[in-house]
Write a protein that binds this ligand. Structure first.
Ligand SMILES: [Zn+2]
Length: 466
């Protein structure tokens, strides 16, 4: 066998194009719908499909069921030295389809049209399952001897929080997830910077999410004699006023904000004092940019539901105000508790309870992470054959499985580069007519192959006569 080079490996991805597409189609055709209510998901057949595909290439994989038919797949392409370790993460479950009739292409048909694969999970994230699986297979087929281990983990249950997926794996098989580096969903969008450069967003972490329920207690009474009641709805006014008026602390993490400000074309240094003015200026030109600058520099707290009273002729004795809270990575539950205690200080009959739905989580982009960040940039450049790309670290506001695996040690980025020509408005993860751009899936496969080659130290040209 001619020894592999990075160029020959990247070419092998193009040669395997139809095979990568077919694997994604086959995965979409398995309806791994996760309603969040057990029994659900049924991810095992998808895990088995990946296991069979890997087995054909001589790569062993294990399936661990966290519950009946909720298969989680773990595979490994062992390196000669075993370190460093790169973990490729993905999930096989998908969100439900509401009205199949509203879809142009059947949601579990996996049809190919207009350069895209159509169906539920095509974008989120079976195309990545296919890309990651094929990265292992293509490296194995090329006979590349990596020094470090390349790990693949395809989890169940991400869409309902990961309790039966990466949460379960982290508790029962932590050794198989322990790695130096990881790649998962959450980033990789390409945007046009203010100076015209093509810039990729690398998700280094995610905000946390909590629900806060504020309870206002009053005294009920017959509505015909309201003066004898202590109307909880009226009492809630002050609570709502204070929540609406809450001014969160502005937190400007330079490593995160400076590169972002640069692509937005901001010429001054962003600080906690000037960030709102800069965001307002940006919003006039580009609402999304101004909004993301705000979101990345503060905790958000917003009332989203209100519930009071049981009957129209009785004065309400209690009122519940539910709030959505998104925290920055350094803001823990104690921080949220302190903020709420300050907001509600001095109000009697008012209490609150906090429920976490996702802890915040982030990996560094500089310092010890600098070599990984550089490798991700280089691999993307190699995959696209371009050296004029920009990269900026960022946080995503939605949660991913990465938060469940970061505590085991790996630096994990949400980063699967989309193709520069792909239409960003078409992917529609979770939407009707979800689809994935085929060029982006091929590009992601190339990036993963190049990343493993570079990061895990392939023995370049061993045995070469050249
Ligand atoms: Zn996803």
């Amino acid at each position: 066998m001619t020894p592999a080079t990075l160029e020959s490996l990247l070419a092998s991805v193009d040669e395997a194009r139809d095979e990568i597409i077919a694997l994604c189609q086959d995965l979409v055709r398995i309806p791994t719908v996760n309603t969040g209510v057990m029994p659900t998901g049924n991810e095992t057949p998808a895990a088995q499909l990946v296991q069979r595909k890997l087995a054909e290439a001589g790569i062993g994989a294990e399936i661990h069921e966290s519950a009946p038919n909720r298969g989680n797949l773990l595979a490994r392409l062992p390196g000669t030295a075993g370190t460093p370790r790169l973990l490729l993460l993905s999930h096989s479950d998908v969100v439900p389809v509401e009205d199949e009739g509203a879809w142009t292409h059947p949601p579990f048909g996996g049809e190919v049209a207009e350069g895209r694969i159509w169906g539920r999970g095509a974008a989120d994230m079976k195309s990545t399952v296919a890309a990651e699986t094929m990265a292992l297979i293509l490296l194995k087929r090329a006979g590349v001897h990596l020094r470090g281990d390349l790990l693949l983990a395809v989890g169940a249950d991400e869409e309902a929080g990961g309790e039966w997926g990466f949460g379960w794996l982290a508790r029962h098989h932590p050794e198989d997830l322990r790695a130096d580096y990881g790649i998962n969903e959450g980033g990789g969008a390409a945007v046009q910077a203010a100076d015209g450069r093509l810039v990729y967003l690398v998700s280094t972490g995610e905000k946390g999410r909590l629900e806060v329920e504020v309870t206002v207690k009053g005294r009920g009474w017959h509505a015909s004699q309201p003066w004898r009641a202590d109307n909880a709805i009226y009492k809630a006014q002050e609570v709502i006023r204070r929540i609406a008026a809450y001014e969160p602390e502005r937190h400007v993490a330079p490593a995160l904000i400076a590169p972002l400000a640069e692509i937005y074309g901001v010429r001054e240094t962003v600080t906690a004092e000037n960030v709102d003015r800069i965001a307002a200026d940006l919003e006039r030109e580009n609402p999304a940019w101004g909004s993301s600058l705000r979101a990345l520099t503060r905790m958000t707290l917003v009332a989203t539901m209100i519930d009071a009273g049981v009957k129209s002729n009785s004065v309400a004795e209690s009122c519940r105000i539910t709030c959505d809270v998104r925290t920055l990575p350094h803001q823990d539950e104690g921080y949220v508790r302190d903020q709420l205690a300050a907001i509600l200080a001095g109000l009697d009959g008012v209490g609150f309870a906090i429920r976490y739905t996702a802890v915040p989580s982030a990996s560094p982009y500089d310092g010890p992470a600098a070599p990984f960040a550089a490798a991700v940039r280089a691999a993307t450049g190699a995959a696209l054959g371009r050296d004029d790309l920009g990269f900026v670290p960022g946080l995503t506001v939605g949660f991913t499985d990465s938060r469940l695996v970061r505590p085991l040690g790996p630096i994990i980025y949400g980063f699967l580069p989309s193709h520069p020509d792909a239409d960003p408005n078409k992917s529609g993860a979770h939407n009707i007519d979800e689809s994935v751009d085929i060029e982006s899936m091929i590009l992601a496969t190339k990036m993963l192959v190049a990343l493993a080659w570079d990061l895990l130290g392939a023995e370049r040209g061993a045995g070469s006569a050249a």
